[in-house]
Design a protein around this ligand. Structure first.
Ligand SMILES: Nc1ncnc2c1ncn2[C@@H]1O[C@H](COP(=O)(O)OP(=O)(O)O)[C@@H](O)[C@H]1O
Ligand SMILES: C=C(OP(=O)(O)O)C(=O)O
Ligand SMILES: [Mn+2]
Length: 533
């Protein structure tokens, strides 16, 4: 597709930018140069581009809407995640953004979502900021030269204009910022917010609609890694900040991706993205060498503080606890550049338990896997969503409810089909608190999670003696070489067993209440596989 037809696609969306102001498919070095020239950010000593995103340092779910059009109305799971907005209000914002972009230099990125070309979709993202064009260039799958030459019409178009402030009085809007997903027009508008996570998660939300509906592929909010010899894969489901990116960066395995994957039954899994979006809070080379070293030229950092030598101070979270970096998968040395792997032999659910009562790792039956997949218990960690200042216990279906437009049971049934074969081991991993709850105890040392996960992946964990926890209805390994036995069995970490019991029963009751409210229609065998207060 020539750049003239890029002009045509833009014109179809009301963007009539002057000749010479439409910059298409710039390479990262050009985009960094443009961003610096336009004073969008600074160059850090490690070569990464660092920007500040102003008021929006995390996703703002209250500003995200799905356009309620007749052809999708009956498919979307409407509620406080997929909030409807009318086509009329959508058009007012779209036309305002289009006119705004028409008056300035714009950066167009033509990428792919889906490393498996049999399930990939073409996304054309038009950015006001060169730095956001760099971000989405690195986060989408980069087309080959041949694919770019034959790019043709995009499957979806995204217009991003952080500088455009919406008229908040438009019917249905919440504020000057708006993320509007229009499945009928196959267009997303991201306005009024500079947080690039909104662009990335909009692509994900669109794929979470298209893949099940059009391809019968299960989209997953998970990271994935692969054994370099057997090509056995493992997927790590988890809500934002629970450890997907951290635990999938493992020097002994190949990284497939850190956040978004598809599972084509009978075929394998694939990364939906071409890059990673890691949290930088407290990042050290010692604890997370792969991620630390991935922050180099071509990476985009958000809200990371630089010292007077332009060195990042990852402990300084004065702007936000949600400091972030986006980089291409090739910045991780042992990444699987093809982005594809076999069907998972291990599925791990990451729960960041702020109560500190869940075991570091426990094994789930197929029924318990379904129970926990639809429950999605974890904590929203500080910063990822505006207004979250400390861990908030939450039930987020599929461990990714904010990004799932369809009924949760669509995804749950698809996972159930895929693990029913019995060849998949499923574990629940607590990356949250042990030794007392949040504010009293501390987060489980990352090294313990890594040791537990490695034992689950290589199968050695199955050699441990397991006990059954009657409250959470989980099978808990009582030992794992390298992890103190007391850490493996949560009540042993608490100074008072009575306090532990009371807290555990409280959480078990929350599980039951959530399940009864949302999933009472599920079969008894699934319901009975969950916690019992
Ligand atoms: N026990 C732990 N397991 C996983 N991550 C942990 C742990 N303790 C602290 N962390 C920190 O929590 C954050 C997890 O973020 P990340 O892996 O990006 O989550 P996600 O990819 O699920 O959004 C990282 O900053 C990591 O260093
Ligand atoms: C970036 C986000 O989360 P994750 O780390 O899961 O990608 C987000 O929720 O905005
Ligand atoms: Mn992540």
């Amino acid at each position: 597709m020539s750049t003239t037809s890029v002009t045509q696609v833009l014109a179809d969306h009301g963007v009539h930018a002057a000749e010479g102001s439409i910059h298409v498919d710039m390479v990262p070095a050009e985009l960094v140069e443009c961003a610096l020239a336009r004073k969008e950010g600074k160059l850090a000593s490690n070569g990464s581009l660092v920007v500040e995103t102003g008021k929006y340092t995390g996703r703002s779910p209250k500003d995200r809407f799905v356009v309620d059009t007749p052809d999708v109305h009956d498919k979307i799971a409407w509620g406080n995640v997929n909030v409807p907005i009318s086509q009329e209000s959508y058009e007012k914002v779209r036309d305002g953004v289009a006119a705004y972009l028409s008056e300035r230099d714009i950066y167009v990125v033509r990428g792919l979502a889906g490393a498996d070309r049999g399930h990939a979709r073409k996304f054309m993202v038009t950015c006001e900021r060169a730095s956001q064009a760099l971000f989405i260039t690195q986060l989408l799958v980069r087309p080959t030269d041949e694919e770019r030459a034959a790019y043709g019409e995009p499957d979806f178009t995204i217009l991003t204009a952080p500088g455009y402030k919406c008229d908040a009085s438009i019917e249905g809007l919440n504020s000057e910022a708006a993320v509007l997903v229009n499945f009928s027009e196959r267009t997303v508008i991201v306005a009024g917010t500079e947080y690039s996570g909104e662009i990335k998660k909009s692509v994900f939300s669109v794929m979470n609609y298209l893949l099940p509906v059009e391809d019968k592929v299960l989209p997953m909010h998970c990271s994935a890694s692969m054994d370099p010899k057997t090509h056995d894969t493992a997927v790590f489901f988890g809500l934002s900040g629970t450890g997907k990116t951290t635990l999938s960066a493992d020097p002994k395995r190949l990284l497939i991706g850190d956040d978004e994957h598809g599972w084509a039954m009978g075929e394998g899994i694939f990364n939906i993205e071409g890059g990673c979006y890691a949290k930088c809070d407290g990042l050290t080379e010692e604890r997370e060498p792969e991620i630390f070293r991935a922050v180099k030229f071509g990476a985009l950092c958000e809200n990371v503080i630089l010292d007077d030598k332009r060195q990042p101070d990852y402990d300084d979270v004065s702007l936000t606890q949600n400091t972030r970096v986006g980089y291409p998968v090739e910045h991780i040395p042992n990444s699987c550049l093809e982005g594809v792997g076999g069907e998972p032999s291990v599925v791990i659910f990451l729960a960041c338990d702020a109560f500190g009562v869940l075991p570091p790792i426990s094994r789930l039956s197929a029924d318990a896997a379904m129970y926990h997949f639809v429950s999605g218990f974890t904590s929203k960690v500080a910063g990822t969503e505006l207004g979250i200042k400390e861990p908030v216990p939450t039930f987020s279906a599929l461990f990714g409810e904010p990004f799932m437009p369809l009924d949760p049971m669509v995804y749950a049934d698809m996972l159930g089909e895929r693990i029913a074969e019995g060849k998949t081991r499923v574990y629940l991993v607590n990356t949250g608190w042990v030794e007392g709850s949040y504010g009293v105890g501390h987060r489980i040392p990352l090294v313990y999670n890594r040791i537990n996960v490695n034992a689950a992946l290589d199968g050695s964990l199955e050699n441990a003696e397991f006990i059954h926890d009657d409250v959470f209805n989980l099978d808990i390994p009582t030992s794992c070489p390298g992890v103190p036995d007391d850490v493996m069995v949560p009540w042993k970490c608490w100074s008072s067993k009575d306090e532990y019991d009371a807290t555990a029963k409280k959480l078990a009751g929350m599980f039951q209440e959530n399940f009864e409210k949302k999933y009472a229609h599920l079969p008894e065998n699934v319901k009975n596989a969950g916690p019992r207060a």
